[in-house]
Design a protein around this ligand. Structure first.
Ligand SMILES: Nc1nc2c(c(=O)[nH]1)N[C@H]1C(S)=C(S)[C@@H](COP(=O)(O)OP(=O)(O)OC[C@H]3O[C@@H](n4cnc5c(=O)[nH]c(N)nc54)[C@H](O)[C@@H]3O)O[C@H]1N2
Ligand SMILES: Nc1nc2c(c(=O)[nH]1)N[C@H]1C(S)=C(S)[C@@H](COP(=O)(O)OP(=O)(O)OC[C@H]3O[C@@H](n4cnc5c(=O)[nH]c(N)nc54)[C@H](O)[C@@H]3O)O[C@H]1N2
Ligand SMILES: [Mo]
Length: 803
């Protein structure tokens, strides 16, 4: 989230699209209700299903799964055509005025630079025009035919209300009503907050869904504002921490990039990742990249990281392409993987195309499962009839189960969606032989390191040189790791005026103190300030809220630097006056910014040329994304990989995303609408958490048995009655379940045909105390978004029959 949970109460419009917050975030959703009940906010839900969130909404609009870019581009067109934008904000805080290269084009579904063979773009034309000083050219009148504003207007001009209705199946009147309410927040003192989750991310165009919404927020002037922002409601309680700490295949902690094989040395790596300002007078905060990176290497390798060895740069792995789960299982299936360590992951239940996952695991020599529970993955080799039809005797994979504790059995911090790090304390001792994940990993680490020491082997340096300075080497404590994340002064540190700012050995109070000369360490720069010489800031529990905005700066600690609303400089106009005085976040006191939040790093006086989007080298919010996304600098509608239309009404030559992440083996497992005419979509229920709570009797009682949901019209066509057993099949397999016939799902009229949706909750499997069920992921396709590699769990093709 750019904002945070409590801040939702400040919104005038709460737009829930691409998520079902009442169901999946029932505690946080209270803040949406608070906005509705106490701030007179309008709650809008746009979802293929009439959900529990929709049941308390002021406006509900249906949409065909996988078509949100069309809907949101239609909103962009509406705002532009009706002049419902915050014009001053757009002009000064976005890149609307910047000129784009002449060779950037868009035609018949493709942007310039497409290479059909590689299924990739050469993105060099997706850039600005630069002057002799390397600064982007601009036209503040916004009339130049190559300025972002004019190109954007042209690009979205195709997304008329009629096109939205035709592609999304959203009735035109519903769409226009949503537009009208959103448009009301272009007023300087009104905001919309967008709450989204997997209904947007789990598509082959997931990242672009979110981006289109972010563009709306820029046009409305809602970024940086209390009650505004781009707010991902994250999934597992600490999944924000997962991305913060770089647990993605091409990331390092603090949103640094893991080197690729293109960057053969430290210099080329730093050059590629340290942006140069694209406009004069910008903060361009990523220009500090080398400080964050070198401090990370000092945390990893300690004294072994020295300038002579480029701080241990060669010890980091270098990627060729994203080594995500899609690629890994593809290699496993080809027999190219010997062993797999599965920690807190149940891929048989949660990864697409379950039958292929099981056959891939069968090709391993060994599988290690680190988990507090028995999972479908640790028992993948067992035959459970149709639910897991394997030939146990032929599977040679050796499975090791290492029971772990869960979060309630250890101290630690949890990062929530609002970037708050909240410390928690162990609630009880773990049962049986369970150990913490840290202990288990430490045990593996020491044994591996000893083997390398004694027997030698390739690529041992990272292990041999790793810093491991814990009091009990076999049992790192959470507080030790947390302080390592925060970071230390490794020498006395002086500022530019020669004043001592931190003594050797002290915890650092801010990432502004980090250096690229080896005198500081921090294993996650954005967490610097979370545990300082003043103590553990994450354990702060003062909920005083003097402004009434809910920023509670004394409660826990938010990265970066306890800032609650990112880019809060944009909450004031260029002259420094808050757009909405009632919701003032920061203001200029004549010498500095201060107010009800920790001011953004923009220290420039009002009226200066310094833009509020300090992480961008031009300081501006990007309506044109340059080369950041795989499909193009503007969003474009592409059909889901398995489309119920079989065409793209906008450009039949380019149906689905031209750059999807798809392996040939999986391409052969894609279905067509003639055999599988209905849209399948998977989702959650409040009563269960993934496949864990089917082990808990109370949850099993609340939702004991697997079901699927269909509309009354589909039920009639197929002769299915409420409560009948049905078989749902896709190109990849089938499941059986009970049919729930409901008016919550409706056929949508799309491009001259009726599109029906089959709703598939995902919580059942062959383990646990619920009734045994088929894994929903038996049906889903293994195809991913080309930016995030997230699989398309929300839109695929199925058939349904009475069993
Ligand atoms: N009780 C409970 N809570 C949970 C979880 C759980 O298992 N149980 N899981 C947690 C996790 S890990 C996560 S990531 C979050 C997920 O939170 P959510 O994303 O809110 O959950 P989902 O139920 O997967 O999907 C949300 C909605 O997206 C809609 N949808 C599907 N396709 C589209 C589309 O193309 N466009 C639009 N606009 N909507 C679409 C679906 O109909 C569904 O109502 O929930 C978390 N919270
Ligand atoms: N069809 C379909 N598939 C989906 C989704 C969907 O919407 N539709 N949603 C996707 C999403 S958003 C997510 S997040 C994934 C989740 O998929 P997974 O990452 O596989 O997550 P879980 O099943 O929630 O948890 C995995 C395991 O972690 C264990 N665990 C819990 N606490 C600890 C701990 O402290 N240490 C260790 N070592 N293990 C622990 C649990 O017991 C569980 O077995 O599923 C994805 N799969
Ligand atoms: Mo998730």
């Amino acid at each position: 989230m750019t904002n945070h949970w409590v801040d939702i109460k400040n919104a005038n419009v709460v737009m829930v699209m691409g998520g079902n917050a009442a169901e999946a975030h029932p505690v946080g959703f209270r803040w949406a209700m608070e906005a509705k009940n106490n701030n007179d906010a309008t709650l809008i839900v746009v979802d293929p299903r009439f959900t529990r969130t929709a049941s308390v909404a002021d406006i509900y609009a249906p949409i065909r799964s996988g078509t949100d870019i069309t809907f949101l581009s239609g909103v962009l067109l509406y705002l532009i055509d009706n002049n419902k934008i915050n014009a001053e904000y757009v002009k000064h805080y976005t890149n609307a005025a910047l000129l784009v290269r002449d060779d950037f084009t868009f035609d018949d579904g493709l942007f310039s630079g497409y290479d059909a063979e590689k299924r990739q773009y050469d993105k060099s034309s997706w850039s600005y025009q630069f002057d002799d000083n390397g600064m982007a050219k601009r036209d503040d009148s916004l009339t130049h035919p190559r300025c972002v504003w004019q190109l954007l207007k042209k690009h979205v001009s195709r997304y008329t209300p009629e096109v939205v209705e035709n592609i999304c199946g959203t009735p035109k009147a519903d769409f226009l009503r949503v537009c009208d309410v959103l448009a009301s927040t272009s007023a300087a003192d009104r905001t919309t907050t967008f709450l989204y989750a997997l209904g947007w991310t789990q598509h082959t165009v997931g990242a672009q869904n979110i981006r289109t919404m972010a563009m709306i927020q820029l046009l409305l002037g809602n970024m940086g504002m209390a009650g505004g922002g781009v707010n991902a409601l994250r999934g597992h309680s600490n999944i924000q921490g997962l991305t913060d700490l770089g647990l993605l295949s091409t990331s390092l902690p603090g949103y640094l990039t893991l080197p690729s094989e293109k960057h053969i040395d430290l210099q080329s790596y730093l050059a590629a990742n340290t942006p140069k300002a694209m406009l004069a007078e910008q903060v361009n905060y990523w220009s500090n990249y080398p400080k964050f990176f070198v401090s990370l290497m000092k945390a990893f390798y300690g004294d072994a990281a020295q300038p002579e060895n480029s701080w241990g740069y060669d010890w980091l792995p270098k990627w060729d392409q994203a080594w995500d789960v899609i690629k890994y299982f593809n290699k496993m299936d080809k027999g190219e993987v010997n062993g797999y360590i599965c920690q807190g992951f149940n891929p048989v239940a949660s990864f697409p195309d379950k039958n292929r996952v099981v056959s891939s695991l069968s090709k391993l020599e060994y599988l290690v499962v680190i988990d507090p529970l028995v999972t479908e993955t640790s028992n993948f080799w067992q035959n459970h009839g149709e639910m897991n039809d394997v030939d146990t005797a032929s599977i040679q994979t050796e499975v090791f189960r290492l029971p772990s504790t869960c979060f309630a059995e250890e101290d630690g911090s949890i990062a929530n969606s609002g970037r708050w790090l909240q410390w928690h304390w162990k609630g009880g001792e773990a049962p049986g032989e369970a150990r913490t994940d840290g202990e288990i990993l430490a045990g593996i680490f020491h044994r591996l390191r000893d083997m390398y020491r004694n027997e030698g082997g390739k690529g041992a340096e990272p292990l041999l040189n790793m810093r491991w300075a814990y009091k009990q080497p076999d049992h790192p404590e959470s507080d030790e790791v947390a302080k390592e994340n925060n970071g230390y002064a490794l020498a006395d540190l002086y500022d530019a005026n020669g004043v001592l700012v931190a003594k050797k050995g002290q915890l650092l109070s801010s990432f502004a103190l980090l250096r690229d000369d080896g005198t500081t360490s921090s294993s996650c720069w954005i967490y610097t300030g979370s545990w300082t010489e003043k103590g553990n800031q994450m354990a702060n529990r003062d909920n005083a809220d003097p402004s009434g905005l809910g920023n509670t700066l004394g409660w826990a600690w938010a990265w970066p630097l306890n800032r609650r609303v990112l880019y809060n400089r944009a909450s004031a106009d260029p002259q420094g006056k808050p757009w909405d005085p009632k919701r003032m976040l920061i203001q200029w006191d004549g010498a500095k910014w201060s107010g009800n939040d920790i001011p953004d790093f923009n220290t420039a006086a009002p009226g200066s040329a310094t833009g509020p989007f300090i992480m961008q080298p031009e300081g501006l919010g990007r309506l044109f994304a340059l080369d950041k996304l795989a499909e193009g600098p503007f969003p474009e509608h592409y059909e889901p990989m398995e489309t119920p239309l079989g065409t793209n009404p906008l450009h039949p030559n380019v149906i689905s995303s031209p750059v999807v992440r798809l392996y040939e083996e999986d391409a052969q497992r894609m279905g067509k609408k003639d055999q599988f005419p209905y849209v399948g979509t998977t989702y959650r229920l409040t009563e269960h958490f993934h496949t864990w709570t089917k082990h808990a009797r109370l949850n099993a009682i609340a939702q004991p048995q697997q079901f699927v949901e269909i509309s009354e019209t589909l039920a009639k066509t197929k002769g299915i009655a409420n409560g009948d057993r049905v078989k749902v099949s896709s190109r990849r397999g089938f499941i059986r379940a009970v049919a729930v016939v409901t008016r919550r799902l409706q056929a949508l009229n799309v491009h001259g045909q009726q599109v029906e949706t089959v709703g598939i909750p995902l919580h059942w499997g062959f383990e646990g105390v619920t009734q045994k069920g088929y894994l929903a992921n038996t049906l889903t396709p293994n195809v991913g978004d080309s930016n995030s590699q997230t699989p398309e769990y929300k839109a695929f093709l199925v058939n349904i029959e009475k069993a």
